[in-house]
Design a protein around this ligand. Sequence first.
Ligand SMILES: CCCCCCCCCCCCCCCCC/C=C/C(=O)SCCNC(=O)CCNC(=O)[C@H](O)C(C)(C)COP(=O)(O)OP(=O)(O)OC[C@H]1O[C@@H](n2cnc3c(N)ncnc32)[C@H](O)[C@@H]1OP(=O)(O)O
Ligand SMILES: Cc1cc2nc3c(=O)[nH]c(=O)nc-3n(C[C@H](O)[C@H](O)[C@H](O)COP(=O)(O)OP(=O)(O)OC[C@H]3O[C@@H](n4cnc5c(N)ncnc54)[C@H](O)[C@@H]3O)c2cc1C
Length: 699
Amino acid sequence: MSSAQGFLNDWVESRVGLGSNISNSRNTSVSYNIKGCWIPLTDNGGRRSLGSREEQGSVRCRRDEDRLGWFPPHFDVSDRMARLVASDPVFRKDNRAMLSRKELFKNTLRKAAHAWKRIIELRLSEEEASEMRFYVDEPAFTDLHWGMFVPAIKGQGTEEQQQKWLPLAYKMQIIGCYAQTELGHGSNVQGLETTATFDPESDEFSFIWWPGGLGKVSTHAVVYARLITEGQEHGVHGFIVQLRSLDDHMPLPGITVGDIGMKFGTGAYNTMDNGVLRFDNVRIPRNQMLMRVMRVTREGKCVQSNVPRQLIYGTMVYVRQTIVSDASSALSRAVCIATRYSAVRRQFGPQDGGVETQVIDYKTQQSRLFPLLASAYAFRFVGEWLKWLYLDVTQRLQANDFSTLPEAHACTAGLKSLTTSATADAIEECRKLCGGHGYLSSSGLPELFAVYVPACTYEGDNVVLLLQVARFLMKTVSQLGSGKKPVGTTAYMARAEDLLQSRCSVQKAEDWLKPSVILEAFEARAVRMCVACAQSLSKFQNPEEGFLELSADLVEAAIAHCQLIVVSKFIEKLQQDIPGKGVKQQLQILCYIYALNLLHKHLGDFLSTGCITPKQASLANDHLRSLYSKVRPNAIALVDAFNYTDHFLGSVLGRYDGNVYPKLYEEAWKDPLNDSVVPDGYQEYIRPMLKQQLRNARL
Ligand SMILES: CCCCCCCCCCCCCCCCC/C=C/C(=O)SCCNC(=O)CCNC(=O)[C@H](O)C(C)(C)COP(=O)(O)OP(=O)(O)OC[C@H]1O[C@@H](n2cnc3c(N)ncnc32)[C@H](O)[C@@H]1OP(=O)(O)O
Ligand SMILES: Cc1cc2nc3c(=O)[nH]c(=O)nc-3n(C[C@H](O)[C@H](O)[C@H](O)COP(=O)(O)OP(=O)(O)OC[C@H]3O[C@@H](n4cnc5c(N)ncnc54)[C@H](O)[C@@H]3O)c2cc1C
């Protein structure tokens, strides 16, 4: 169930918004707030001086009373929380790269405690608290507590277990993590070696285990282990295990726990205490096994409930869905920095010695940057749709309708994989788009990359997840002749026969402006790649062997299917009423850029499957180029629309006021190396070397 349910219900009697001390005003040349983001379309050719906000025109900001479609975050909430965080010195983050791991981690604890205090003081709603966590912008143990520990108990615990554990978790009287991965097993959950053996004599389990989880904070964990009762194995299940004393935080007997050490980058994900945990005959009461899927009786008998055992993986489905929306946020942030800086940066220029050219005006810059801008919007829309799909499946599960679970699994797995891979690559591309200054820590991009890139691995390695999508697609294809009609995101496969034959109708570049033409090209490509894989698979006597042999092609087919989902949800979004002068038109342009850029990048697929001809590919490319010119005048407005504060962006290059160079200079002097003019070590190392050379020279 969504974390939107029951949150803090036990202790917050009424939910009130923030007090009036937090400014909600913002002057800008605006027209429309779409899904919590703001599109202030400019009328000055997009070349706003990047001056202070007060210098911008002050057309009244239109609120999103008539919000559209799937569940957009409230703009007001988001804006208020961003400002609340930005104005609070405890949430300062510009010094992260300079801190030692211990200082960094302690500072994270301080921020988490302060955030919790503010949440209580201000009686924040769940939505507000969640936005606050977003703007604090620092991975912390609380993410796992709220994001995985609580959902695991909600999804896999019985009513009775929920009543016992959730109030404690909601009040943070216990802090939990999600301990599933072992030293030797992450992707292969069924291969976990940790065992939970039921001992009917004492009514307790014993564990031996090695997890990745929270190394320094959690008092409890949901631990995944293979259940053994009466000498028989019953698959992997979740168990609530207390790790540390609630009095002095010392590990309980039989438990060895600690941090796994520094990870990629400075700052970045090192604010998180990923941990190592060893159990040595730890015993827990029987009723601490999460028993919604399977119950163990007092006698040690296993009783299967009517819910599918895949529900044990339910927490991962929930988190994968949130990761898709997070991808849009991380990507929009990098794109905002790169776009603003590209408008400030000038290189080369007219031969007559006039002002140099803004690098954003180079077609190469546009062809690298604008597809990323389009992707940020595309991922936002698909993320909102996925949230809807997730809520829908959870409601169905409650009514014992499990029919849409496989699709929900395939969509969350596939879109998590697609969007995180694209976002990680995009952040790195944005760094390069900012030239040398992008490599500076103060650009904000190196840390953003370092903190973001593990999203390609956690919650399921991206390739492993695409193979899950491929499995689902092969099943769908194999059922095509059986009368079972594919539905939801695979509904297009019902038209497989037509799509296998269809010919793209494009004759001139503008024909690529028809959503139906784009959709059909993506559908035909996906269906043809899936059917080709299915045909190759059918040649193997052993399907599992075939699956392994063809896995690289299957991954490509899964990507084609997932890209189709993103394109189709973008197009669907545009079929809705979108108020605001010119907004829909801008989004349409971004939609075409998203789709045609994918087509260009994956031309091999489209050509080799015969979906389009080389001539049509060339027309698509011509059209793509012309679309970049249409985005250019509004590029700054389209990134201002994300409404990120300078605090959140954490980037000198992405500053709203465009005052990049003086601030870069200022920032450089803040480095501890510049605390003294002559560096520490001069006397020991530099001086003797120089003197030696002097002596040698004299000789
Ligand atoms: C007060 C403040 C409030 C603030 C609020 C704060 C909110 C916080 C927001 C949340 C932020 C969260 C941050 C998260 C940080 C991330 C930290 C990272 C955590 C982790 O990484 S946890 C560990 C994750 N581990 C994995 O993902 C492992 C990946 N492996 C697997 O998922 C599986 O093993 C597998 C899917 C790859 C294969 O499994 P298995 O071998 O069992 O499966 P089969 O291939 O045999 O398939 C069996 C059938 O089951 C179906 N299936 C598989 N998975 C699922 C699923 N998840 N759901 C439904 N069905 C599933 C398969 O499709 C098969 O079906 P079939 O019909 O039989 O073919
Ligand atoms: C920052 C971070 C935070 C994490 N937080 C948590 C947490 O809170 N709780 C938790 O339990 N875990 C956590 N994890 C662990 C994470 O979930 C796993 O690392 C992840 O699921 C990948 O599993 P693995 O490490 O076993 O990779 P592996 O499966 O060993 O992957 C290694 C390579 O093998 C390939 N591969 C694996 N299987 C196949 C296959 N069947 N076919 C083709 N290729 C394959 C992969 O594509 C990859 O290239 C975290 C990890 C990171 C990096």
